[in-house]
Design a protein around this ligand. Structure first.
Ligand code: DQA
Length: 386
């Protein structure tokens, strides 16, 4: 597989250009990183940068024989229909990427004329977003995906992957983490989706509104509920087994997975795999995790609205009522393992069937990286939920 990484105007200056926005990595270092991130997933990368619109268009045309393109069009993003048309014309899966959070800066940076011809847009994750972009293209190539719209908002979409062999297939609804913030998106669970689909699960890797894209505790939870119930609309055509639907969530997505099981109607979620979940919003609020992510999500402190925390926090909704797999790494520096330890204990006390594993020497993102040793155990346990 060969991917072309293209950077547009002024990106030759990163490292020294507004480091508080773009960081301290130079373009040369970024290109090296892209090569090594690609090598990690068995892929070759060609890199290119230009400050000139026509040159960028020529490079896109020359990428016609590549398997994927990652492009940061810089300021051209906001007005170059010529670059947009070039991306459309070559017809190669293209990821739009921005280092900064373009949705949280000047209003004109929120406009992208290229998004609609790109397979996804990654923004606001810093340099590591390029790694995610490369991995997204690799995951798309590894297992075909059908992107399905489940509601009226642009975030109401999900990627469906169907396993080989005859159905009906059990379904894993995947809920990504990232502290419910708009800079995180479902591409973070692409590799998990590919591995689980290989294990015979139909995977429904869903997007939902997040903080910064119209989400918050009520809207986000409602989107997840709609994403789950929408399975009924395409179950037949894809041979999905709606008696066996599990929710798999990571971090804040673990919170959403547990809450989805509490509130699920039709189809009912039959089990939850919660990977480093935020199972206790009050404890997470007190710990200030994710730069006060809980406050941004709930828009209230527990003192201001005990009712909101009672409704939105999984530990306040026990028993969840379905088998639970809870896993956490003891070196998680984003969501403390102590939260899962007490959540799992309390859930068991309240009558839930809980399997809890705490992995030694494992961090937060390791739990969704199929290349790490913990993953083999996780997938074995998820398979048991079938
Ligand atoms: C950028 C954001 C653009 O608005 C800006 O013009 C850039 C870089 C980013 O990577 O965040 O040059 O694309």
């Amino acid at each position: 597989m060969r991917i072309v990484v293209i950077n547009g105007p002024n990106l030759n200056l990163i490292g020294t250009r507004s480091p508080e926005i773009y960081g301290s990595t130079s373009l040369e270092e970024l290109d090296d990183l892209c090569r090594s991130w690609a090598a990690d997933v068995g892929t070759d990368v060609d890199t290119y940068q230009s400050n000139h619109e026509g040159d960028l268009i020529d490079r896109l045309h020359a990428a016609r024989d590549a398997d994927g393109v990652v492009i940061n069009p810089g300021a051209f993003t906001h007005y170059s229909y010529a670059i947009r048309d070039a991306i459309e014309a070559i017809g190669i899966p293209t990821v739009e990427i921005h280092i900064s959070n373009v949705r949280d800066r000047e209003p004109w940076r929120r406009i992208s004329v290229v998004s609609d011809v790109c397979v996804t847009t990654i923004f606001g994750r810093g340099i590591v977003g390029y790694r995610h972009a490369i991995r997204h293209l690799v995951a798309r190539a590894a297992w075909p995906v059908e992107t399905i719209t489940y509601g009226p908002d642009s975030d109401n979409v999900g990627d469906l992957r169907i396993p080989h062999g005859p159905g009906p297939h059990p379904v894993a609804v995947l809920l990504h983490g990232g502290f419910w913030r708009a800079t995180a998106a479902r591409d973070l669970l692409d590799s998990v989706a590919v591995v689980l689909t290989g294990h015979g699960w139909a995977t429904w890797n869903v997007e939902f509104s997040r903080v910064g894209s119209g989400g918050g505790w009520r809207a986000t939870t409602a989107d997840v509920a709609t994403a789950v119930s929408s399975l009924a609309q395409f179950a037949e055509g894809h041979e999905l087994d709606l008696e066996r639907v599990i929710a798999v969530g990571h971090g804040s997505g673990g919170h959403l997975a547990l809450q989805a099981a509490v509130g699920a109607r039709d189809p009912r979620i039959s089990a939850v795999a919660a990977l480093a979940p935020i199972g206790d919003l009050e404890a997470a609020h007190r710990a200030g995790i994710g730069s006060d992510a809980v406050d941004a999500f709930t828009r209230r402190t527990p003192e201001q609205s005990p009712e909101r925390y009672a409704a939105a926090s999984p530990i306040k909704n026990l028993p969840i009522g379905v088998p639970l797999l809870v896993v956490h790494g003891d070196e998680d520096d984003q969501v403390p393992a102590a939260i899962s330890r007490s959540f799992a204990g309390r859930a068991a006390d309240e009558g839930d069937t809980v399997v809890y594993h705490e992995f030694e020497g494992v961090g937060h993102d390791d739990l969704v990286d199929p290349a790490t040793p913990a993953w083999a155990k996780i997938v074995e346990e998820i398979d048991r939920l079938r």
